[in-house]
Structures are given as structure tokens and as C-alpha cells.
Design a protein around this ligand. Structure first.
Ligand code: ADP
Ligand code: MG
Length: 361
């Protein structure tokens, strides 16, 4: 196990990178503490696989350093880094049995036979593979093969970290739920640093104690699932996490009042010193925007109401902007005019996408 530090890390696949857009990773400074369960979450193309491959040594970064504890491993090859990696698609030896596949990473490192057998049994039990241990891998489904790949990643007890790159992509949806919580249990049982890459917020939020959110080659926020929900540090995080995501509305702020077009909203804190930018926005999650009877709160026009599981979410229009609001259970809606209440405790102000801390005025 190790603490993993990324120090001014940048990577360009282009031979002569000039502009920031040439970089798949812009400038990453980040520390993963020893033993944690982390998710690396971001949309497709934001640089997650690149970052994982740099940690494992499959890709050499253009700039910056990687440290395992205090040891600089930037120039070490993959084999010398003691990292296990599980990829999106199964990596198994078809000619071997499941048992041989699981034992392979240990055999390769000359772990004694009895220790290997014991560890293989343990991992097979955790992944529910015991009944197929003696079967040839070639006869198994893609689901099963991916479970074997997971097992091969988990089998070495001495690794610095295990990296998972969207490991449930080929797994059947109904099995996904189960495997997700299995991986979480395995993390508790093995106590190894795990970094789990995904573009799926549900997967990230179920697996991880801490989520690292990436956007466009940069880390935009690291936090617990609650922190990402309650206090998105960037409008991208607010929008990307949550379902539906945060409402983000252009506004003007004077002291402790925000102006949304002709309407004004009282804020919990004041903003005396906003940076000089034209992009000031108000962010509030739909959970904290309440639809109420016409004639109360901010006047809005209802576009439609959707049932999402047990909640009702309204799309409403205010000053030409559409936002999502919660519809209280006991509110009967008639006609398309209604009022809106924004909970001031959950309003955030952003300048050029970044959260601005308010102050007591
Ligand atoms: P993610 O895993 O988040 O989907 P990637 O790390 O795969 O993102 O990709 C980040 C960016 O780098 C993308 O713009 C992608 O097109 C580019 N990229 C990834 N791998 C290569 C490669 N081998 N050669 C050139 N460009 C690449
Ligand atoms: Mg990827």
C-alpha cells in the first residue's frame, strides 16, 4: 500500500504540444491517501484513462512526477511499480482454468504454492467464483470473464494500489448493482488503495469514500459524495452530479441580493468582492427549488412535470430561462402559472464557473 502523489502532472499525446488544448491532462496536483476507496469521475474523453495509465506506468507523462509514498516512480516501468490494473474489457487466458487465471499474478511473482492456493480461494469466495474454479475460462460468459479479470487485479495482497478502469462496462445491468457493492465490501476486507474510474455518477458514489471529479484534463473537485452534492466547487460538478443536475442561472449580485432578470432573491451571505467578470451565476439544486401556488414567490410558467421515481420534477420558465424544481406532494397544479421558492441556504454563487465564498455583511 502507498500514498500516491501526482506533482504538476501534464500529458500531451502530440509530439510538439504548444497550446493548452494539445494536452489530455493539463496540470494535475493530487494526493491519494493510503488505503482509501476513490472514484475518478468525469465524462468520456476528460483524461481518466490517461491518468490511470500514467499511475501504472503504461504512459510516460510529458511533465511532472509520480510519487508512491516518498519514492519517485516516474521513470520506473510498470513491472517495478507494484500496481494492479483492471481494464474495461476482460483480460483472461482462455486456455487456463479460472483457478490458474487467478493464480497467475502470484505464480509470476514466485509466491509459495500454499499461500497462492489460499489467496485464490479467498478471492474466488469474495467474487462468487468458487463453483467455476476448475472450468476453462474460454467456456464462460463475458460477465464471468470480467469477474476473473477483477479477481486477477485483486489477488496480489502486496500491491501499492489497484486501479479499475470502468470495470463494469461489459457487465449485465442486473449484475452491476451486485458487483458494485461487492467491490465496496472487498475494499473493506482488503484495505488496499483503490482508484475506480467511471463516467457513471451512481457507480462513483456507491463505491467511493472520496470522489475526484475530472473535467477537460483537470481535477475540478475532490470530496465526499455529500460534499459534491452540497457544495459543488465548480458549475461543472453541480451540473454533472445529481439527477437532474444543478440549475445554473446567470445573475447579478449586489451585497446579499441576487438579481435574476427582474426578480430578486435574498442570499444567506453577502458578496462584497466578486471578481470582475461578466460570468456571475447562481447555482441551486432542483431539490431546493420548490414549486408553490401562483401569486407566491417568483412568478414562473410551467412547461411540464415529470414523475421521477417517487419525486415530481417540474420544468419551469423564468425570464426566458428554464430550470428544474421539486413539486411538493400536496401541491395540486392547475394551469401553467405558478410560484417558485429558492431555499437561500442552498444557493451558491459562481464566478467564471468557480464557487465564490460569501461573507457576513
Ligand atoms: P477518458 O478515459 O476520460 O475517456 P482518455 O484518457 O481516454 O479519456 O482520453 C483523453 C484525451 O486524450 C481524449 O481527447 C482522447 O482522444 C486523447 N487520447 C487518448 N488516448 C490517446 C492516444 N493513444 N493517442 C492520442 N490521443 C489520445
Ligand atoms: Mg477511458
Amino acid at each position: 500500500m502507498a500514498r500516491i502523489t501526482l506533482d504538476h502532472l501534464a500529458h500531451a499525446y502530440k509530439p510538439n504540444p504548444q497550446a493548452p488544448q494539445d494536452y489530455a491532462l493539463k496540470e494535475i496536483n493530487h494526493v491519494w491517501s493510503q488505503g482509501g476507496a476513490y472514484a475518478l469521475l468525469g465524462p468520456s474523453g476528460c483524461g481518466k484513462t490517461t491518468l490511470l495509465n500514467i499511475i501504472s506506468g503504461l504512459v510516460r507523462p510529458t511533465r511532472g512526477r509520480i510519487l508512491f509514498d516518498d519514492r519517485d516512480v516516474t521513470d520506473l516501468p510498470t513491472e517495478a511499480r507494484n500496481i494492479a490494473q483492471v481494464f474495461q474489457f476482460p483480460v483472461v487466458y482462455d486456455t487456463m482454468t479460472v483457478r490458474e487465471n487467478l493464480a497467475f499474478p502470484l505464480k509470476n511473482r514466485h509466491v509459495p504454492r500454499d499461500k497462492t492456493a489460499q489467496r485464490v480461494e479467498e478471492i474466488a469466495r469474495l467474487l462468487d467464483l468458487t463453483s467455476v474454479l476448475n472450468r476453462k475460462a474460454s467456456n464462460l460468459t463475458a460477465d464471468m470473464k470480467q469477474k476473473i479479470s477483477l479477481g486477477r487485479g485483486l489477488v496480489r495482497p502486496d500491491v501499492a494500489a489497484i486501479l479499475f478502469d470502468e470495470p463494469l462496462t461489459v457487465i449485465d445491468p442486473h449484475l452491476k448493482w451486485q458487483l458494485r457493492s461487492t467491490l465496496k465490501e472487498i475494499h473493506r476486507a482488503l484495505d488496499i488503495t483503490m482508484i475506480y474510474v467511471t463516467h457513471d455518477q451512481t457507480e462513483a458514489l456507491t463505491f467511493a469514500d472520496k470522489v475526484v471529479v475530472m473535467h477537460d484534463g483537470a481535477v475540478v473537485q475532490t470530496g465526499t459524495p455529500d460534499e459534491l452534492f452540497e457544495r459543488p466547487a465548480h458549475t461543472f460538478v453541480g451540473h454533472f452530479i445529481g439527477s437532474p443536475g444543478m440549475n445554473i442561472l446567470p445573475c447579478r449580485v449586489e451585497g446579499a441580493t441576487a438579481y435574476l432578470g427582474n426578480e430578486s432573491v435574498a442570499l444567506q451571505r453577502g458578496y462584497r468582492s466578486l471578481p470582475g467578470t461578466d460570468r456571475i451565476e447562481l447555482g441551486i439544486r432542483p431539490e431546493f427549488v420548490r414549486l408553490q401556488p401562483k401569486g407566491t414567490g417568483l412568478p414562473v410558467r410551467i412547461r411540464r412535470i415529470d414523475d421521477i421515481g417517487r419525486a415530481r420534477i417540474a420544468r419551469v420558465e423564468m425570464n426566458g430561462r428554464v430550470l428544474a424544481a421539486s413539486v411538493p406532494e400536496n401541491l395540486s397544479v392547475s394551469g401553467d402559472e405558478a410560484g417558485l421558492h429558492l431555499d437561500p441556504h442552498h444557493i451558491h454563487i459562481y464566478a467564471d464557473g468557480h464557487l465564490v465564498a460569501g461573507e457576513a455583511l
